[in-house]
Design a protein around this ligand. Structure first.
Ligand SMILES: [Fe+2]
Ligand SMILES: [Fe+2]
Length: 474
């Protein structure tokens, strides 16, 4: 069980480690200042119907009630230790899982943890203005739930930094509160986390595409030989599932509403659809293309000696490592990666060890494909002849073998000029952003009401009715 009487709720017996407790109690006010300055705008006095973890057991962890977000019980929760856990891959395979950081991997592990940790506050910063244009109280509550949990994920990584990395770790924990999404001088570490999330369609796309990258990174880290990291990530994954739910159902509801309006009014042309105040399907496709492509970059280079080293040394495994039936060393195996040769995309075999980024990206893509096909079903059911498609994985990439090439969504290698002539058919144009923004000029806060551009959800949170007062503004 989690002890909520402590200043910092935890299930790690924090009170027994006075030095660590003091260090974290020192970091806590800095964290709250960060939340105050860059957390959800104007939200500090709201009472929000949030879930809070009460235990890390799968059946007992959610408790719902009104919480003032600055008083949310952010804390440190790890999955319980399995004394028998072993290293499952790489050159240390078969050793007992590490309870402390081996000296030779210290700086690499710290980098891995900082990079993951940096994404958590970044997304809160990216989303901070969206409360002012929420389509309903239900959605407002959901974004706040996502935000407080991203804050908790920051706590999770900061705990590891403080507990296992000494002074360097404490400095990194402070730097995590200093960087800002989109800042020119001190930006967040990864590209997609410096992109603006200007509207709710972008937010839902982000939580569908980019939070799912979070899931796959956490799954790979949950295999780590460094047991505290693995246990931390396992608990974070239970929270991540809700973020992806918010994204997937959010886009589904937008598509549903658009299809309903198109059918009711017998219109198909995007400008007629827009005239009815809903988001046309081609615009949804362009948002999808954008969020998918910038998220694919987060997996890194197709061929990477870093990825090979992380794996060989046991720091970061593959998705569902223990379910894979091979030697878990990959010393002989090969894996196909794409590259551009003479104006064509060709596939070549490389050492599987160096292709682990690409492999994780492809695991991710498989899950994305099924989500997109669920969106497609809404359109098919409405009898509308429109296909949502995933662009080629080389489209609009800034990292990896396709970076620097001009690849169409169909996977054709084009000249820069030809590509640029089409880019506004493929990616949101300023007019698309302006249109979507125009729909979201104010917030909808009457319980049970939803903005015109989105359908209500199938059911409320924690079995509450849709007209439940999910947020009280006071
Ligand atoms: Fe997260
Ligand atoms: Fe998330």
């Amino acid at each position: 069980m989690i002890n909520y009487t402590d200043k910092i709720p935890n299930n790690i017996d924090l009170g027994r480690d006075r030095v660590l407790q003091r260090a974290l109690e020192h970091w806590q006010p800095a964290y709250l200042n960060w939340w105050h300055d860059t957390g959800p705008t104007e939200s500090h006095a709201y009472d929000v119907y949030l879930r809070t973890a009460t235990s890390v057991e799968p059946d007992g962890w959610a408790q719902f009630g009104y919480v003032r977000m600055p008083e949310y019980r952010w804390g440190i929760f790890l999955q319980p230790r399995d004394e028998k856990r072993e290293v499952n891959f790489g050159i240390h395979k078969g050793d007992p899982a590490w309870q402390e950081v081996p000296g030779e991997y210290r700086s690499t592990l710290r980098r891995v943890i900082v990079t993951q940790g940096d994404t958590e506050p970044a997304s809160v910063e990216q989303q901070r203005m969206l409360g002012l244009s929420c389509p309903s109280l239900y959605d407002l509550r959901n974004i706040f739930q996502v935000n407080v949990e991203e804050g908790r994920h920051l706590w999770a990584m900061v705990y590891l930094l403080h507990r296992y990395f000494g002074r360097d770790g404490r400095e990194e924990a402070e730097a995590l509160l200093d960087r800002r999404s989109g800042d020119t001088d001190n930006p967040r570490i990864l590209g997609a986390f410096n992109e603006p999330t200007p509207d709710w369609l972008a937010f839902f796309m982000f939580t569908f595409f980019t939070d799912r990258d979070g899931k796959f990174q956490l799954c790979a880290l949950a295999e780590s030989a460094f047991d505290p990291l693995a246990r931390t990530c396992r608990f974070m994954l239970t929270e991540e599932a809700h973020h992806m739910f918010v994204g997937e159902t959010g886009v589904t509801r937008i598509i549903q509403r658009t299809c309903d309006v198109m059918k009711e009014n017998k219109v198909e042309d995007p400008s007629d659809v827009r005239a009815l105040g809903v988001i046309d399907l081609p615009t949804i496709q362009r948002y999808l293309n954008f969020h998918y492509s910038v998220t694919l970059d987060l997996y890194g280079s197709d061929v990477s000696s870093n990825a090979a080293n992380y794996y060989t040394s046991g720091l970061k495994g593959r998705f569902e490592e223990t379910k894979i039936n091979d030697d878990h060393l990959l010393s002989e195996a090969t894996y196909p990666v794409s590259e551009v040769v003479g104006g064509k995309i060709v596939v070549k075999q490389v050492s599987a060890l160096t292709a682990l980024n690409e492999r994780l990206r492809e695991d991710y893509i498989r899950e994305i494909e099924s989500g997109v096909s669920r969106w497609q079903r809404v359109i098919d059911k409405a009898g509308i002849p429109f296909r949502l498609t995933l662009p080629h994985k080389g489209f609009h990439r800034a990292i990896g073998n396709c970076a620097g090439h001009f690849i169409s969504p169909e996977g054709e290698v084009l000249t820069e000029e030809a590509w640029k002539n089409h880019q506004h058919e493929w990616l949101p144009a300023p007019q698309d952003h302006a249109y979507v923004q125009s729909l979201m000029s104010g917030r909808v806060v009457e319980p049970g009401k939803f903005a015109n551009w989105i359908a209500p959800p199938g059911r409320g949170i924690n079995n509450q009715p849709l007209n439940f007062e999910y947020v009280r503004f006071n």
